[in-house]
Design a protein around this ligand. Structure first.
Ligand SMILES: [Mg+2]
Length: 174
């Protein structure tokens, strides 16, 4: 039987976004409180929880893949402590925007890889992100999309436009 999944963007969804910069070590990684509440809410659900993140800081030479692994190990360890659940899988794209990489959002490559690897039920799965590129990637992969815009920006291509992850809990609870 195919599994449902929720795909999460990272910066601005899981952790507080660093304006104009890249998170290059775990000290700069600060969980969003509303994300922890959402993850706790989902911790016993049968959804696969999968991270889909562009990290071109690697392509730019600002950090290495090992640095990113350390950050994600920190994230996973603390998620387990705070919510008793971790991401089931992590996909990242180190490629620079100008390479036109098929894996880099807004291209759907990473989501398609995950769908293939985990035999995911596309039509009952979701992508949650705070950038138009997240929504575009989700739409191209065929999953439902949730655009998080704290200042209430609308994105007609998204299935839902919400202002916080607290509203995502309401959506999944209802
Ligand atoms: Mg983001």
């Amino acid at each position: 039987m195919k599994k449902r999944a929720i795909f999460f963007d990272r910066d601005g969804i899981v952790n507080v976004r660093k304006i104009g910069g890249y998170i290059t070590n775990a000290n700069e990684f600060e969980f969003r409180n509303d994300f922890i509440r959402l993850f706790k809410f989902l911790s016993n659900s049968d959804y696969l929880l999968i991270l889909i993140t562009n990290q071109q800081g690697i392509g730019k030479g600002l950090m290495s893949e090992d640095d990113l692994t350390l950050i994600h190990n920190y994230m996973q360890r603390n998620l387990l402590l705070k919510t008793r659940r971790q991401f089931d899988d992590i996909f990242f794209c180190p490629d620079l925007a100008e390479t036109g990489s098929q894996r880099r959002k807004p291209k759907p490559g990473m989501i398609l890889e995950a769908i293939d690897k985990w035999e995911i039920d596309v039509h009952n799965s979701w992508m949650i992100g705070d950038a138009p590129s997240d929504i575009e990637a989700g739409n191209k992969a065929g999953v439902k999309t949730i655009f998080i815009a704290p200042d209430g920006d609308n994105m007609p291509e998204a299935d839902y436009c919400l202002t916080s992850l607290a509203e995502v809990i309401e959506l999944f609870a209802g």
